[in-house]
Design a protein around this ligand. Structure first.
Ligand SMILES: Cc1cc2nc3c(=O)[nH]c(=O)nc-3n(C[C@H](O)[C@H](O)[C@H](O)COP(=O)(O)OP(=O)(O)OC[C@H]3O[C@@H](n4cnc5c(N)ncnc54)[C@H](O)[C@@H]3O)c2cc1C
Length: 488
């Protein structure tokens, strides 16, 4: 049975950032992830906002880790190479009553140490956002946007090149504590570890219940989004939020520009029974469009090209108000089990600061020596479409695959597909290519490039055509031949 110092369950942004932080030390670390790639859970489907820290009560863990995480983002983006834009955010008030609430939000933000908060009047907002009528608005300059899956992949791939073991398609099925070690039973065999980190997101209660009686519940709360065509990217420059609703512990339906130039509308908030229930609904689509018109009266309904949903991991039911703080602690009943419970928004923003805290907790149980050969790799080194003509022609001279465009919508070349499939996590599904280099994310949604990616998977990576997957172990791309080829 392979023995590790630290085992992490879950490779969302929380598990992956902890893995990266731990990869700076001389430790044997393993991450178990039941999905075929990292960021297949909540960390993929959210607003992608780097929050400033104005929305959580002072002295909460959410406020502390959000503000700390926010400050860590720019240096992290510079070294790991993920995209980050400080587009800022307006919280808009429609009338005098709402304007009073802006003052309260500003006060909480200032108590939390959020810099640059400013209440602007209608004229100033209009000058910056001509499509957004309001009475007054709170300007929050330290709010930004990222690509949440790229952020998670950056942590995970950098952890992997520093020797953290990522075991994908490996589901933790049972846990036992024997003497000073955890015995971890998975669908791929048994493992042992001194420390166990529960970063299983929506499944955090299930993991705790394998070792002890949980004293909390998870109340999944679905948030649906609509995505607008890039042609409407001029609609807003910054993020536009309403005054947060009083109930449910959410921020309300907002309008968010994305790194790639689309506009997001959402998320809704609907408590559901099944945390795997990620469908999008006509009912919510109508609600979102109605709420969008409250913010931007000229909101173009016809510009919607896609919809998706993400599930919040709430520890409080709607009857309890929907809001609780994070629980990040070593279990009292099961020493060396570190639980991260209820890591809902602002979990993306908080992740870098949360992972430092978890490493501090681990250092109390095991000796940690820093590595001298720790390496950093920028995730988005080589995007052909963003290179100068000289860079492009130099690369094509060295390797002709840079000259063959495979995804016409996003201008992704054969070399970029090859690099995506060579990722250090060894995730080789169509989705893992899409989330690493954007092939298949454009207007035709993979209609043209899929056949070429399939060819590269077969020719360069020897993947049997019947074993090629869309995104999970049971999502085969091909099942058999539609007709036999007649050789006569
Ligand atoms: C609608 C919505 C909008 C949001 N917007 C923002 C935002 O704009 N900004 C922000 O900062 N935060 C936002 N958040 C919050 C943020 O997305 C989450 O806090 C964060 O992604 C949680 O990460 P995680 O790693 O805890 O969970 P996950 O990403 O869900 O990762 C948990 C992982 O554990 C794996 N797993 C579970 N059980 C097992 C098992 N038994 N064995 C092996 N693997 C297992 C799962 O497959 C999954 O990959 C939003 C969340 C939602 C739902």
């Amino acid at each position: 049975m392979k023995n590790f110092h630290v085992a992490i369950i879950g490779a969302g942004v929380i598990g992956s950032s902890i893995a990266w932080e731990l990869s700076k030390y001389k430790l044997d670390v393993v991450v178990f992830e039941k999905g075929s790639d990292v960021a297949t859970g909540t960390s993929k489907a959210n607003s992608g906002v780097i929050h400033s820290g104005i929305n959580s009560p002072s002295s909460s863990l959410k406020a502390r880790f959000c503000v700390e995480g926010n400050k860590m983002l720019q240096p992290l983006a510079d070294s790991l190479g993920f995209s980050l834009k400080w587009v800022g955010k307006f919280v808009i008030a429609k009338n005098e009553d709402e304007a009073k609430e802006l003052n309260q939000i500003k006060k909480v933000g200032q108590e939390n140490g959020v810099p640059g908060l400013e209440i602007k009047d209608e004229k100033d907002v209009k000058a910056l956002e001509p499509n957004v009528p309001c009475y007054k608005a709170l300007w929050v300059p330290t709010a930004g946007i990222i690509l949440p899956y790229e952020f998670t992949i950056a942590f995970a791939e950098n952890a992997a090149i520093n020797n953290v073991n990522f075991l994908l398609e490996t589901e933790v099925m049972d846990l036992q504590k024997k003497e000073n070690n955890f015995v971890i039973k998975t669908n791929k065999g048994k493992f042992q570890s001194k420390i166990l980190v529960n970063a299983a997101g929506l499944n955090c209660r299930e993991i705790v219940s394998m070792l002890q009686e949980p004293d909390f519940n998870v109340h999944p709360c679905r948030g649906e989004y609509l995505v607008l065509d890039k042609a409407y990217s001029h609609l807003v420059k910054s993020m536009i939020y309403p005054i947060p609703p009083k109930e449910l512990g959410v921020l309300g339906v907002h309008i968010t520009p994305t790194i790639e130039g689309n506009i997001l509308l959402g998320p809704s908030a609907e408590f559901i029974n099944d945390s795997d229930e990620k469908r999008t609904t006509l009912k919510m689509m109508k609600t979102l469009l109605r709420e969008a018109k409250d913010i931007i009266p000229i909101f173009p309904e016809k510009a919607v090209i896609n919809a998706y949903s993400g599930i919040r991991c709430k520890l409080a039911s709607p009857n309890e108000g929907g809001w609780t703080d994070y629980i990040i602690e070593e279990s009292k009943q099961t020493p060396d089990l570190i639980n991260l419970l209820g890591i809902e928004s602002p979990g993306l923003t908080a992740a870098p600061a949360v992972s430092k805290e978890v490493v501090k907790m681990i250092s109390k149980s095991i000796k940690m020596k820093t590595k001298t050969d720790f390496k950093t790799k920028k995730i988005k080194n080589n995007r052909f479409s963003e290179m100068s003509s000289k860079e492009k022609s130099d690369l094509i001279k060295k390797d002709q695959r840079w000259g063959r465009v495979v995804c016409r919508c996003e201008h992704i070349t054969e070399a970029e597909i090859f690099n995506a499939l060579s990722n250090p996590l060894k995730s080789q599904t169509l989705s893992s290519v899409k989330y690493r280099c954007r092939a298949g994310m454009g207007r035709c949604q993979g209609g043209f490039c899929t056949q070429h990616i399939v060819r590269i998977m077969g020719e360069d990576f020897n993947i049997d055509v019947k074993k090629m997957k869309l995104k999970s172990s049971n999502s085969n791309l091909f099942y058999g031949k539609t007709r036999e080829i007649d050789n006569d």
